[in-house]
Design a binder for this molecule. Sequence first.
Ligand SMILES: [Fe+2]
Length: 299
Amino acid sequence: MSAISNTWELKKLGGSLGAEIRGLRLCDVSDAELAHIKELLLEYMVLFFPDQTPTPDEHVRFGGRFGPLEGHPHLGGNAELPPEIFELRASAGGIADEWHTDLTCQDNPAVMSILHMVTCPENGGDTMWSNLAAAYDELSEPMRAICEELSALHDAQAHGQPEKMAIHPVVRLHPETGRKTLYVNEHFTRRIVEMTATESEVLLPMLTRWVTNPRFTVRYHWTPGTIAMWDNRATQHFVLNDFVGERLIQRVTVMGDEVRPTKPLPWRSWPEQAGHFTASTRHDWQLQNHLRAKGLLPD
Ligand SMILES: [Fe+2]
């Protein structure tokens, strides 16, 4: 533990990322304290604040201090809650047990998420996060060079909406830290845009597995009332589906920014390179359709 103010105590949780902070009431912090929390978030990527138990309105007000919040339609959810709160109940299938960065199927994925663990089992249901900057930094030089020149197609197939798609660079430049982060995940990322389907099938699983190397991760055991916040531009997370009983979270997300590559991407998409239809073109339909819809490929 180290003292970061008269009352705050910060405990670093992993070698790669994560810190737990006690001794403050998060929803009452001053502007100067909030600025300090933002710095800590950039440094540790995921922060945990036990014993907070905010009301839904406090949760929304606190989240709004970081930027405009996304609204969530109440699709069978809790209509009592403010529209900015997304509630997920494990008994309703709400367990995110695949590694992901939140909603990379969107053009502008959330920059950060702030989660309130309302109810959780005494054992199990931990969440893991991984550090995407470390994952990038520890690739070999040739692999870093290749990845920096590629982009990938992400979709919401896992949520029954494969038509929701976005293309992002494989390596993202973090707008605040200037670090390079490996921005592909097993849940949303389908295909490397500039490579053949066969090449993509080799490279993409290698990268998404690499991100989950335990060396880049931290694992957190929850207690009810804890608030966690994470930098969605620099991390992925994964919920362990190893529990019985009630697990209820409420989350707000700060609206997204533009996902920038580290340099201009030099290669054409694979459908542009291929230029003609063959038997193997069927592997490229999804990518072709998206590129056409975006006006990036002639009909
Ligand atoms: Fe998530």
